[in-house]
Structure formats: C-alpha cells, structure tokens
Design a protein around this ligand. Structure first.
Ligand SMILES: Cc1cc2nc3c(=O)[nH]c(=O)nc-3n(C[C@H](O)[C@H](O)[C@H](O)COP(=O)(O)O)c2cc1C
Length: 173
C-alpha cells in the first residue's frame, strides 16, 4: 500500500482511460474514502450518484463544457450536496463538505491505481440544471462536480505546484 504523502503527490487529473470497467469493490473503496471526509457539524450532507450507463454519460459529456472525457470514462461519480441539511447561515457548508469528500475520492482513486478528474458543475446554473435533468435529481440535491474515473490509458505525470511565495509566516521574534 502506498503511503499517504506519496498518493497526495502522485495524484494528477487523468482524462484518458482504457475500456476496463471499474469493479464494484473499487467503487466501494472510493465511496468509503469520500464519506470519511470531515464535514461541518458532522452533518455529511452528501449524495453520490454512481453512473456507468452509457446513455447518461454520453448526455452529460455532450452538454457539459470541459467534460468530454465522460464519454470514454467507464465510470462517473456525481458528488452532490443536500441543501436541506444545513439550514442556518452555514447553508453553503455542503460545498466545502462535498469538496473535501471529492478530494478524498480522488486520492483513493490514485491509491488504487485508477485515474480520475474533477469536472466542475457548481456554481454554474446551466450545468447544475443539465445534471439534475439528466439524472433526475430533486431540486434540493445540487451537483458539485462529476468525477470521471477509469484505468489510466497512459502514465500521468503530476504537476509540481510547490511555491514558497504563497506562504506567509507569523512567528515569534
Ligand atoms: C473546482 C474544480 C473544477 C474543475 N473543473 C474541471 C473541468 O470541468 N474539466 C476538467 O477537465 N478539469 C477540471 N478540473 C481539474 C483541474 O483542471 C485540475 O485539477 C488542474 O488543472 C490541476 O491539475 P492536476 O489535477 O493534474 O493537479 C477542475 C478542478 C477543480 C478543483
């Protein structure tokens, strides 16, 4: 098993896949990792729509900008927030909670040698409507993203994003 930091630094967006399906065991591994994420007040306001149906993937690929890879991805997991869960001024917390879940999912994919990419849905109203309509989601279930997943068609090289100028230190003298 790869260690955590290796997985974090190896992860990169993968947009080309072989036709090999993702097994149910692997899907459960990804979803267990997603649901292990931290959430505000431990409310876990997420829903995960697991899409392997060709018609649905093709419709999403055709109507969402920057998500053409969904056509060839054996699997798509749509990470959604249930807007009924947080009701007060923390209503938008589902976005952070679902983003944390998504990163866990992406890292789990890397850990089991799958390739994945986050394709953006929220906050674009037209994309949200397309996904809700295609997957017949109720209005209170808002898709944050669609993660395309499969076995990488070729080795992927992570980008080096280390940039010390992004860091500010507040220290004792
Ligand atoms: C909020 C968000 C939205 C994104 N939307 C898309 C998208 O619609 N299509 C896509 O191909 N990649 C998308 N990405 C992936 C980014 O392009 C990618 O993470 C970024 O270029 C850095 O590359 P890396 O993931 O390989 O480190 C998105 C990532 C995030 C976090």
């Amino acid at each position: 098993m790869k260690d955590t930091l290796t997985v974090i630094h190896e992860r990169t967006s993968v947009r080309h896949y072989t036709p090999q399906p993702v097994t149910d065991a692997d899907i459960e591994t990804l979803l267990r990792a997603a649901m292990a994420a931290p959430t505000s007040k431990n409310k876990q306001p997420w829903r995960f729509v697991v899409v392997s149906q060709e018609t649905a993937k093709h419709t999403l690929a055709a109507h969402l900008p920057y998500a053409a890879m969904l056509r060839d991805a054996p699997l798509a997991i749509v990470v959604c927030g249930d807007t009924r869960v947080h009701t007060d001024e923390s209503a938008i917390s589902w976005v952070m909670d679902c983003a944390a879940a998504t990163e866990n999912l992406l890292l789990a994919a890397q850990a089991i040698n799958l390739g994945a990419v986050w394709t953006g849905v929220y906050p674009y109203p037209d994309r949200i409507q397309t996904v809700q309509h295609t997957l017949q989601l109720p209005a209170h279930i808002i898709p944050l993203n669609i993660v395309a997943i499969g076995h990488p068609a070729k080795p992927a090289r992570p980008k080096d994003k280390w940039n010390p100028t992004k860091i500010q230190r507040i220290e004792n003298n």
